[in-house]
Unconditional design. Structure first.
Length: 343
């Protein structure tokens, strides 16, 4: 079990890849890494005896920008806080036939040993999502995935909602006249039903298509898509909260000089307008309606606005923020007292 690996780990986002031995975890990862353009190698085994023995973190190079282009907030060009995405290859859940939770517990122990975040805040996202692979050709369906995911969720509250889970069916190339589609429907209505509420907050069911290498690479990226969208939306929310904080900070009065305050306010307002345009462009990208030239221009404007904003942020002192907090306390107390009087 590795406890550390090279690089700055402070902004890592983990994508846990789990499943029984022989479900195709390593094969899926090899296709995904190839689709991204990574030269990382994954050992592909042939079943239980040749399964991944240890937890193996694989650093995804976000400088290979083509794969991350559809996610404007996650992309490194405009993101002032670049993220490392870590694909975590794990041992089979059925390696210990008497305790299917043992692998899940090993994953939890590895994460806690590797990343020292005992109390994650709303400004931290350590686990981007979980990809669970299931061999659709199997006649016996393991019924432990719900318990295993609950184990992971209990260890990392708020980090793994059901919407962060992608349930992947594999081995569709073995469908020689068999009704794999019926098996998939049975999974949806039976073993996986608790994970699939009738809202967008549930897990996603995706097929890992069997076909040519290019088809499988496209399919692997589609499986990653819900998790990347989640990170994209999370980062957009973080920026929104940061902008609101700056607006409240500027609303408390003059900072440094009147000219500085005025220019800082202009920079914040401009960044908020760009932020709104980026949110609209993200929708256009998902609908494939945004031209590449327009995307590049918008990313450039957004990056420039964030760099300008950072220049002002760096000049804001601790005392400015402390003054803001002190001024914010009396109105908050008055609001709470008024609420109690109404009751």
């Amino acid at each position: 079990m590795r406890s550390t690996f090279a690089g700055d780990m402070s902004k890592d986002i983990l994508i846990l890849v789990i499943g029984d031995a022989g479900s195709g975890k390593s094969y899926f990862l090899s296709r995904l890494l190839s689709a991204i353009g990574s030269t990382e190698q994954v050992h592909v085994g042939n079943g239980l005896a040749d399964d991944t023995p240890d937890i193996h973190p694989i650093v995804v190079d976000t400088q290979l920008e083509d794969w991350i282009k559809p996610y404007l907030y996650s992309g490194t060009k405009a993101n002032p806080s670049p993220t490392r995405f870590i694909l975590v290859d794990t041992p089979g859940l059925n390696v210990d036939p008497y305790n299917s939770l043992s692998t899940a517990q090993r994953i939890v122990a590895w994460v806690k040993k590797t990343y020292h975040h005992p109390k994650l805040t709303s400004f931290q996202l350590l686990i981007g999502g979980v990809i669970y692979l299931h061999d659709i050709s199997l006649d016996v369906i393991p019924d432990t995935i719900h318990v295993i995911l609950l184990c992971l969720r209990k260890a990392f509250p708020q980090q793994i909602p059901w919407s962060a889970v992608v349930l992947v069916t594999t081995k569709w190339g073995r469908d020689f006249g068999e009704s794999f589609g019926a098996k998939e429907e049975k999974l949806r209505k039976g073993h996986w039903a608790k994970l699939l509420p009738d809202t967008d907050d549930g897990a996603k069911v995706v097929r890992f298509a069997a076909g040519s290498e290019d088809e499988e690479k496209r399919s692997a990226l589609e499986i990653l898509h819900p998790i990347m969208l989640r990170h994209n939306q999370w980062w957009a929310g973080i920026l929104t909260r940061q902008f609101r904080f700056r607006q409240r900070l500027l609303g408390t009065g003059r900072m440094k000089t009147e000219e500085f305050t005025r220019n800082y306010r202009v920079a914040v307002d401009h960044a908020i307008r760009i932020h709104s345009r980026v949110a609209a462009a993200q929708v256009q990208m998902e609908e494939e309606k945004l031209a590449e030239a327009d995307r590049e221009q918008l990313v450039k404007e957004w990056k420039d606005s964030l760099e300008t904003l950072k220049g002002f942020d760096d000049q804001v002192s601790f005392w400015n923020i402390l003054s803001f907090v002190i001024r914010a306390v009396p109105p908050l107390v008055s609001k709470l007292n008024a609420s109690k009087l109404k009751e």
